[in-house]
Write a protein that binds this ligand. Structure first.
Ligand code: GH3
Length: 323
């Protein structure tokens, strides 16, 4: 008897595990006649190896095998990722209820006793194959749905990010900054602490656009954002309101001297020359500062106050700051 027979691809493959040559011959013949591809194994190790390699659609397993019991073999198949989903039907001369129970406990899906009628075996095998096909279909559909959901989640996150960030500098935009400022004010109110809003406007930025081009202007804005990031504290919130206007929210700032130190750090960092259109250029900025609770108790009033203070700094000749 040959272990395998040539059949068209796509036909279900059954792994038949039995050490009895007579039983093997009978079942093998009938299954092949019914159009199945049949692979046989006569003992546990051979069955494990063949199951992993061939990936049969179903395993027909005898209980009494040399060296190992069919139950133990079934448990090993169920404990192995590559074979755990293959349905196992026990086919055995053991008729005790305790054996039947052990078979299901080991992970079997059905139990057929010898002597069997091949028509019944085929019917039970077909039922399990249909159930398995249905399960595989459901799994594939489920996987597809999970994939769609995760793509939708990514799209939603992307949209959310775009709605809350400035795309040129990747800094929070006005809406997100105001939201964070509102929350920071609530925290400061609860903790009875101070916070500062710095309104930073570049000086004569338009000249960069006009003389070096909009692209160079964009590069400068990106470089400003990078520099602000490099000298802000982890707890500070940065933002770009639009154009050449940037903001910094500094929480827990109890002393004006602390804020002046931050301003010094920002100003000296921003003034460092940057390479634009092949030449080094340097930019200064004017900064307006508002303090919570001294200058206002809402995000809008604090930003407005900082904006007005920034204009006063411009009036003082730029490259300056005003509270
Ligand atoms: P001042 O010192 O008085 O503030 O002068 P300024 O030239 O910096 O001020 P103004 O507000 O007139 O110029 C801001 C310019 O920024 C005008 C606008 O065309 C330009 N701008 C706004 N958004 C962008 C942008 O995303 N990229 C570039 N390259 N330029 C921008």
């Amino acid at each position: 008897m040959s272990d395998e027979e040539e059949l068209p691809q796509g036909t279900a493959t059954i792994l038949l595990v039995d050490d009895n040559p007579v039983d093997l011959l009978v079942v093998c013949k009938q299954f092949k006649r019914a159009g199945y591809r049949v692979v046989v194994a006569r003992e546990a190790e051979e069955a494990i190896e063949r199951a992993g390699f061939v990936q049969p659609d179903l395993i027909l397993l005898d209980v009494v095998l040399p060296q190992s019991s069919g139950f133990e073999l079934c448990r090993r198949l169920k404990a192995t990722a590559s074979t755990q989903d293959i349905p196992v039907i026990f086919i055995t001369a053991l008729t005790d209820v305790s054996d039947k129970v052990s078979a299901f406990e080991a992970g079997g899906v059905d139990y057929i006793t010898k002597p069997f009628q091949i028509g019944e075996v085929l019917a039970r095998v077909n039922t399990q194959l249909s159930l398995r096909a249905m399960q595989q279909l459901l799994n594939a559909r489920n996987q597809q749905l999970q994939q769609q959901l995760s793509e939708q989640r990514l799209q939603r996150e992307e949209l959310e990010y775009r709605a809350t960030h400035d795309m040129l500098t990747e800094l929070p935009n006005r809406a997100l900054f105001m939201d964070r400022l509102t929350h920071a004010i609530e925290r400061a109110r609860r903790n009875q602490s101070q916070l500062a809003v710095l309104f930073i406007d570049l000086d004569k930025f338009k000249i960069i656009n006009d003389t070096l081009g909009h692209g160079a202007g964009d590069e400068l804005l990106q470089s400003v954002a990078e520099r602000l990031r490099s000298c802000a504290r982890k707890s500070d919130t940065l933002g770009r309101l639009g154009g050449d206007e940037f903001v910094v929210l500094a929480e827990n700032t109890s002393a004006v001297a602390d804020i002046e130190t931050l301003i010094e750090r920002l100003s000296s960092k921003l003034v460092e020359p940057v390479l634009l259109a092949g030449l080094m250029h340097s930019v200064t900025c004017s900064i307006g500062i508002s303090l919570y609770p001294r200058d206002g108790e809402t995000a809008e009033t604090l930003l407005k106050h900082a904006d007005l203070a920034m204009f006063q700094a411009k009036d003082r000749g730029r490259n300056a700051y005003r509270f």
